[in-house]
Design a protein around this ligand. Structure first.
Ligand SMILES: [Ca+2]
Ligand SMILES: [Ca+2]
Length: 435
């Protein structure tokens, strides 16, 4: 029986929202709600803060910062009423923003409830609290800033500011839009689909859940630019052509991995399904593998490479099948874009790849199967693989590729997965077939 631990933390998520009774939300719906350009140097402003009535992810109003220096910022002061930000209770900051500037860092600054500078735990004047952000972005993203580790984040804040820093000047017309900022006492509990944390990239997801130390030259974000389910997905964007495969790991090492008891035996079947979409009209190759561990011993399964089939820029579901190579009690999924070195399949500058709605399964009884006849969307066409030969009826057979992107003849093939390019008049399609 296929087993799946379904999003077991949904109830906990609802509960944690309930516990955020003291949350303080600023959504900039009709005005700046007490926020302004705040920290000035030598009497000259570091930027211009204004209200954008139609800014924001859903066009419902946002704070807009146009930078004038590397210390450009927006801040909150409400000395008149004495009602500040409750940093004693609310240890996390949720921001929804679009950073269409060259800045790569947000700094949290100001004075705490005791009138002391909000600094890192050393208290030294150069111990700043900085968070990285992606520059020159045209999309809104949600990020949670964790202030709980900083002892200076304390008291009723009357003077709070965030600097949008580095790489000034910006090009004409560039700005930072803050759609929402909310001070909350906890981050929504992460959901799990089996051994994958936050599989839908919804509230509670941060890019930290996609820990990696191998992402050579691209940008990653949790985005609401598109989603297969809910409102958000994971987006990889390549401003320049990738120079290598890019990997994402679904949990930081040794953290938040599901621990199974009893353990699973070597030879256990595992399966991950996920939805992928690209902005390309040609296929890409997506890599998956699983890292297994037991008592300090780790092993990774061989890479499973799947070539996408859609050429209409819509979502498609990929299914990755694995077999464990060791006994294990913990597992995590690695995935990313391959680097096949093939002109047709290779990602290019400007390409983006979205991932959403991951589901993981682990059980001894998962039956791994792939079809030897592939359905196509071209009317009356079919692709068949048997006896080492791929044949196409009702369409032209244009090319056959291996799963790693090498073009091969349609005959004399060994068993495995193949990518077949077919056409019917001016309609083209790429299908997968197993020999
Ligand atoms: Ca808003
Ligand atoms: Ca989603």
């Amino acid at each position: 029986m296929l087993k799946k631990i379904l999003r077991q933390a949904i109830a906990l998520s609802v509960l944690s929202f309930g516990l955020n009774a003291n949350a303080q939300l600023f959504d900039f719906g009709s005005d700046l709600q007490g926020w302004a350009e705040d920290f000035q140097s030598g009497g000259m402003p570091n930027g211009t803060v204004s209200h954008s009535p139609t800014g924001g992810a859903s066009g419902d109003g946002a704070l807009m910062l146009v930078r004038a220096t590397n210390n450009a910022n927006f801040g909150f002061r409400n000395v008149a009423t004495g009602t500040g930000i409750d940093a004693t209770t609310n240890k996390f900051i949720r921001i929804v923003y679009r950073n269409n500037t060259t800045a790569t860092e947000i700094r949290v600054d100001g004075l705490n409830g005791n009138g002391d500078a909000i600094l890192g735990n050393s208290g030294a004047a150069d111990d700043f609290i900085n968070f990285p952000i992606v520059a020159n972005s045209t999309e809104f993203v949600t990020t949670f800033l964790d202030m709980s580790a900083f002892t200076s984040w304390e008291g009723n804040l009357q003077n709070f500011l965030m600097l949008v820093r580095r790489n000034f000047p910006d090009a004409a017309g560039q700005s930072f839009l803050l759609d929402e900022i909310e001070f909350i006492d906890s981050i929504p509990t992460g959901e799990f689909s089996e051994f994958i944390k936050n599989p839908n990239f919804e509230d509670g997801s941060t890019i930290a859940d996609m820990y990696t130390n191998f992402f050579p030259n691209g940008e990653r974000s949790i985005t609401n630019a598109d989603a297969q389910d809910g409102n958000q997905s994971l987006r990889l964007f390549f401003p320049t052509a990738p120079v290598a495969a890019a990997w994402n790991f679904t949990s930081p090492m040794n953290t938040n991995k599901t621990a199974y008891s009893p353990t699973f035996a070597s030879g256990t079947n595992l399966q991950v399904r996920m939805w992928v979409r690209t902005n390309r009209t040609s296929p890409v190759v997506i890599n998956g593998r699983i890292e297994l561990s037991l008592g300090g011993s780790t092993a990774t399964t061989p890479i499973v490479a799947i070539t996408t089939t859609r050429t209409d820029q819509d979502w498609e579901e990929l299914t990755f099948d694995f077999v464990s190579t060791i006994e294990f009690d913990q597992a995590r999924f690695w995935f990313g874009t391959a680097h096949p070195g093939n002109a047709t399949l290779q990602l290019q500058a400007g390409d983006e790849v979205f991932f959403d709605n991951l589901n993981a399964f682990v059980d001894d009884d998962v039956v791994l199967s792939i079809a030897s006849i592939s359905n196509t969307k071209l009317e009356g066409a079919s692709v068949n693989a048997s006896n080492g030969t791929i044949t196409v009826s009702g369409a032209n057979l244009d090319a056959v590729y291996t799963i790693t992107g090498q073009e091969v003849e349609a005959t004399g093939l060994s068993s495995g997965l193949y990518i077949v390019k077919i056409s019917q008049g001016d309609k083209e399609e790429v299908v997968k077939v197993a020999m």
